[in-house]
Design a protein around this ligand. Structure first.
Ligand code: CYC
Length: 164
């Protein structure tokens, strides 16, 4: 797993160079938003259950998914879907704290699309769920931290859309 700092250090280490002004700018940008990202992570953690509930209600409930034969029908699949929403929220928060997307590839997206396709989990509806999480999170943490989080939700949506 990488974060914004290790990405910079690995690059300069590979070249056997000291940090230059471009590297320092990247590190500065990361530290300048540090307080914002940590506060947002605390708010998200404290409100995770409500965020998931609201996003699920907004995007997924009372649709063909939850009716007989839908992919969220019945309890076992419903629970799997809520759990997946939790994964998306938790890992997007980790990625925001790290300031880096690589952990999303490593821990979430690897093989996920194939798993969903083979189980008949609808990708479009999943992306709607992730988009709803992005919107609810933004109203919980405010626009600045919300747009930081949006990067990682969008990365998840994009990764699911594409063949890995
Ligand atoms: C299933 N979701 C799964 C499965 C995996 C994941 C591996 C298959 C195994 C299982 O049922 O547990 C996802 N597992 C993950 C992720 C990680 C992981 C992301 C990384 C930490 O370890 N169905 C819908 C909704 C959507 C949904 C749109 C919720 C957003 O209609 C989710 N995922 C869903 C459902 C299943 C599932 C219903 C069960 C499908 C089945 O067994 O028929």
């Amino acid at each position: 797993m990488k974060d914004a700092i290790s990405v910079v250090i690995d690059k300069y280490d590979a070249q056997g160079q000291y940090l230059d002004s471009a590297a320092v700018e990247k590190l500065k940008a990361y530290f300048a938003t540090g307080e914002l990202r940590i506060r947002a992570a605390a708010t998200i953690s404290a409100n995770a259950q409500t965020i998931i509930k609201e996003a699920t209600a907004k995007a997924l409930l009372y649709s063909s998914l939850t009716r007989t034969g839908g992919n969220m029908y019945y309890a076992r699949r419903f629970a799997a879907c809520i759990r997946d929403m939790e994964y998306f929220l938790r890992y997007a928060t980790f990625a925001m704290v790290a300031g880096e997307t690589s952990l999303l590839d490593e821990y979430v997206l690897g093989g996920l699309r194939e798993t969903y396709v083979s189980l008949g989990v609808p990708i479009d509806a999943t992306i709607k769920g992730i988009t709803a999480l992005r919107e609810i999170v933004s109203s919980a943490v405010g626009p600045q931290a919300g747009s930081e989080m949006a990067k990682y939700f969008d990365y998840l949506s994009k990764g699911l859309q594409q063949q890995q």
